[in-house]
Unconditional design. Structure first.
Length: 479
């Protein structure tokens, strides 16, 4: 299926409303990136999402768009709560997969000679890999508390401080979680995976601040040039995966039973206000809370390793959370549509919330400069810290990109990497990597991803978020 694209300006491309589409599609991209977008089926997915009941505004895609399950990764879609639907494919299997950026008082010059040993220590202490289990074994009662309380459960257990919650999206707890709707299988998969990194594109990365674009905002975020930071990328593990799988099956049966016509069966959905839609949102909130607790614990254990390996005091380490953002979620939010404030269910799949300065949901510490937006690159390139900008209010339901975005599938990357030692290639660049899975480094090789600088520049030029700082990788652990 060929999708017609009309260029609006240097950052935006329109898919005109045709056929069953209820709204147009809108792609944030530039001339260079749009070529890779045309090469997969993600544009078809943008058009397919535009056919869903109750969709409002546009079916949106961020510049890191690539093909996903049902919705494209990098997709954003908002739905009217009375007429609209909720779709697990619009959230993804890894519910509340997200990023947490930790800042320290350490400097690159002081740490450079110790990075290799530090990577080895973190790899030893942080559980990684497919099906990895951690030191925490939850009783069913405790797991239910995690599902309802999120990061605050972890803080109460000594994994961090209350200040961390102020620096976490939704303070690390999503309302509406109801563990009674969860399957026994989901509960079983969640009882031993809290405090684990996972596999695939999940990582823990030691970084250094290489460049400051916006000094005033960087100062408000606590960033300075040469500073050591740690970026954690993980989600809800097998717990969230099982919840997604359970409800995809149930919603597939629902759409068949009610003869709901869909352009792609992966868009299985239910009305937001239906009992099934409400149950999914309650289960999804449980997974979101599990993910926030997971990243909170991972941060705590990272700090313990740093203190032990570097033999410094907590005061000298100066470790604290800059921000934690999720990028696979469906949330009830208020947005202005044609001058009217409307409550909408906003699906973000591989997209990050980006609140501008002054937004009422911002914590007081960031009210003046806007929400931190964390954009990781690949293992061999830089990551970015951005801040939400005014253009996101009218242009993207307060959303921005979430990363570089794949250009090669995992199988394509593995074939391209045949005969290469990716870890040695990265080490030649001064980046030390340890990975649990034998195929992970091949699947996640730098060439598998778009140029993150291009992706971020589109978001910046479109006014969705502002560039604040550039972070270079020094050491990485992966599953």
């Amino acid at each position: 299926m060929e999708i017609k694209l009309e260029q609006i300006d240097e950052c935006r491309w329109l898919i005109p409303k045709t056929g069953a589409m209820k709204v147009p599609g809108l792609i944030y991209s530039n001339e260079k990136l749009i070529k890779s977008v045309r090469s997969d089926q993600s544009l078809v997915q943008v058009a397919n999402v535009a056919t869903l009941s109750g969709i409002v505004g546009h079916s949106l895609a961020m510049p890191d768009i690539h093909w996903g399950y049902g919705f494209p990764i990098g997709g954003v879609a908002a739905f009217d709560p009375d007429e609209g639907i909720v779709s697990p494919g619009g959230v993804g299997y890894d519910i509340n997969c997200g990023c947490r950026l930790i800042i320290t008082l350490l400097k690159e010059d002081d740490l450079r000679s110790r990075i290799k040993n530090l990577v080895s220590a973190l790899f030893r202490d942080i559980p990684t890999g497919v099906g990895s289990t951690g030191a925490i074994r939850l009783t069913k009662n405790e797991e239910m508390k995690v599902a309802v309380e999120g990061a605050s459960w972890a803080v109460k257990k000594g994994f961090g401080t209350m200040d961390d919650l102020d620096r976490t999206e939704d303070r690390g707890t999503m309302e509406g979680a109801d563990p009674s709707v969860l399957s026994d299988r989901a509960i079983k998969r969640g009882n031993d995976q809290l405090g684990t990194l996972g596999s695939g594109n999940h990582f823990l990365e030691i970084q250094a601040v290489e460049h400051i674009y916006e000094p005033e905002t960087a100062s408000a975020f606590g960033l300075f040039k040469g500073q050591i930071t740690i970026l954690i990328h993980s989600g809800s593990r097998g717990f969230g995966h099982q919840i997604c799988d359970d409800f995809l099956k149930e919603m597939s049966s629902f759409t068949a039973r009610h003869s709901i016509s869909l352009p792609d069966r992966q868009l299985a959905c239910a009305p937001i206000k239906s009992p099934l839609g409400k149950r999914y949102l309650s289960a999804m909130a449980c997974a979101a809370n599990y993910a926030w607790a997971n990243r909170q614990i991972l941060m705590h254990w990272t700090g313990e390793t740093l203190l032990r390996e570097l033999a410094v005091s907590p005061r000298d380490l100066g470790m604290r959370l800059l921000y934690d953002v999720c990028h696979n979620i469906a949330k009830q939010e208020t947005h202005a549509i044609k001058g009217r404030a409307l409550k909408l269910c906003v699906h973000r799949k591989g997209a990050t919330r980006a609140l501008p300065p002054g937004h009422p949901l911002l914590p007081s510490i960031y009210k003046r400069v806007g929400q931190p937006v964390l954009i990781p690159g690949d293992m061999g390139t830089r990551s970015y810290v951005l801040a939400g900008a005014e253009g996101a209010v009218t242009g993207s339901f307060c959303s921005a990109c979430h990363g570089a975005g794949r250009v090669l599938s995992r199988s394509q990357a593995t074939r391209l990497a045949k005969g290469r030692a990716i870890n040695r290639e990265l080490e030649d660049k001064g980046i030390y990597v340890q990975s649990r899975g034998r195929s992970t480094l091949k699947e996640e090789m730098p060439e598998a991803y778009k140029d993150v600088s291009q992706v971020v520049q589109v978001v910046h030029d479109a006014g969705l978020a502002r560039k604040v700082a550039l972070l270079k990788p020094l050491g990485v652990i992966k599953g």
